[in-house]
Each structure stands twice: as structure tokens, then as C-alpha cells.
Write a protein that binds this ligand. Structure first.
Ligand SMILES: [Zn+2]
Ligand SMILES: [Zn+2]
Length: 273
């Protein structure tokens, strides 16, 4: 048995599309003796949506974190983060860390999120990409590499989120050599641009979408590891009950990956082992 990974820095609360309050999330983390907990609301977006934080709620977010730190800050490291969407032009000041993610982009007339619904994704692949899912992956990776290259990003979010609805390879065989060369090229470009970047091992799709393994999928995780990438394990939790779901995956991660696994604490990133 490996030791437990007692941290999550990718959590969503009522400040965006999460179901729990920040305090509920924190109490769940305390119950599980977490060493650190980071909040990462979806950054405000310049268009109507039902999942990102509203810009006017930023002061309330910072104030609630300050209140929780006063109450519980001696028992757990509380970190003020954000999941910085590629479509959010600028970052607020005063954050402890930033997760850089791509969720949505435009193809022709269609503006879509790769993780919104299976039907929407299928529609975009058919109408926007003429059935070519690989071309969608290429567009996503282009944005991901450019976003991850920004120096403000500390952690790269869900490397291959477009696989969320890829049950049984219904959109693409995840081991297709053409896909793997595309994904490995994106990984190499990111490492080259940002040797100090941490990559998420994000288990959020396991409880929520029935993914059999975290993002990124095993061959790409192995490639990243071979290239010396460093990782953090996250739950991408949208409720306090999800906080621990999926972490059992730690048992099956290759030792090479475990050796490159870190935990974000108040003082910064610390090796897991
Ligand atoms: Zn995300
Ligand atoms: Zn998230």
C-alpha cells in the first residue's frame, strides 16, 4: 500500500459550478486529515455561461478564503487558486497558484466546450470537423500549448479533456499512433517551453464520466514521465463528497510517475515521497 495523498488543489464550489460551499469542502478535507486544500473556481469568462465564477464575485471569494484561513488555517494549508480558462483574458491579483486549462473554443460558427455533453461534442465533430476527431484534438492542443506556456500557469489542467465522453473509444482509439504522436508532440512542446510546469493527474472524469483512468491517459502519462515532467494528483471535485473519489488510482500509477509526484503546500510544491 502506498501512503495516502492528502491534498487536492483542484476543487469547485458554489462560487462556480460546484455543489458545496467552500466551508463544506474544507470540513470534508479536515475529516480526511488533508494537509492542504486549494480552491480553483473557473475564471470569469467574457460570455454568458452557467459554469464560471462571475467577475463581481471575486472579492467575496477572497474574503471567504480569508475567513476560513482565520478559522482553520492552523489545521490545514488553505490555498487560493483559480482554474484559468484559456478564454479568460486576464488573471486577478493575489492568487497562490494557477491551473491553466482549455475547455472551450470556436470552430467555424460553433463555440463549444469539449466537456459539456457527449451530444454537443458529437455535433461539433460532425459539423465542424467533418468527422475528424483528430483534427479537434490538434486544435485543442494548439491552444493548450500556448496557454500552458504562459508563465502565470503553475499546473496544467486535464491534458486530454476531450476524451471525457470517449467511452470504449467511441470518438477515437486512444492508442491510435497518429493521436499519440500529436499528444506527445504537445507534451514535448509544453516541457520545452515550461520546464517548471506541473502536470495534473486529474481523476475527475473517473467518478463523473466513468473514465477508466485519469487525464492524461496512460501512454501520454508515461511519455510525460519519461521526459521528466512533474505531476500533482487532483480530484477536480465539484462537491465535498467527491473529494476523495478516484484517489485509489494512486495504487496503480507506475513507480516512475510516483517519483515525480508533488503536493502543493503553503511553502510551495513538495515531493510526495
Ligand atoms: Zn477544467
Ligand atoms: Zn476544474
Amino acid at each position: 500500500m502506498r501512503k495516502e495523498y492528502l491534498s487536492c488543489v483542484h476543487t469547485h464550489t458554489e462560487f462556480c459550478d460546484g455543489k458545496s460551499t467552500m466551508e463544506q469542502m474544507l470540513l470534508a478535507a479536515l475529516e480526511m486529515h488533508y494537509e492542504s486544500l486549494g480552491f480553483s473556481p473557473h475564471s470569469p469568462l467574457p460570455y454568458e455561461n452557467d459554469w464560471a465564477m462571475k467577475k463581481e464575485d471575486l472579492p467575496a471569494y477572497f474574503a471567504e478564503l480569508a475567513r476560513l484561513k482565520r478559522l482553520y488555517g492552523r489545521r490545514i494549508d488553505l490555498l487560493c487558486g483559480i482554474e484559468w480558462d484559456e478564454e479568460t483574458p486576464d488573471l486577478p491579483e493575489g492568487l497562490d497558484y494557477v491551473i491553466g486549462s482549455v475547455h472551450s473554443f470556436r470552430k467555424g460558427d460553433i463555440h463549444f466546450s469539449v466537456d459539456y455533453s457527449k451530444d454537443l461534442l458529437a455535433h461539433v465533430v460532425k459539423e465542424g470537423y467533418d468527422g475528424d476527431f483528430l483534427a479537434l484534438c490538434a486544435d485543442y492542443f494548439e491552444l493548450l500549448v500556448a496557454h500552458g506556456a504562459k508563465k502565470q500557469v503553475d499546473i496544467l489542467g486535464h491534458f486530454d479533456l476531450f476524451f471525457k465522453y470517449n467511452k470504449d473509444g467511441c470518438f477515437l482509439d486512444e492508442n491510435d499512433p497518429r493521436y499519440l504522436s500529436l499528444a506527445c508532440k504537445a507534451a514535448d512542446e509544453l516541457i520545452l517551453a515550461r520546464p517548471d510546469l506541473y502536470f495534473e493527474i486529474n481523476v475527475g472524469g473517473m467518478p463523473r464520466a466513468g473514465r477508466p483512468y485519469p487525464y492524461p491517459a496512460p501512454p501520454v502519462l508515461a511519455h510525460l514521465s519519461k521526459r521528466g515532467a512533474r505531476f500533482v494528483l487532483t480530484g477536480d471535485c465539484h462537491s465535498d463528497r467527491q473529494l476523495r473519489m478516484g484517489y485509489a488510482v494512486l495504487e496503480s500509477l507506475p513507480q516512475e510517475v510516483i517519483k515525480r509526484l508533488f503536493l502543493l503546500r503553503k511553502e510551495g510544491f513538495a515531493p510526495f515521497y
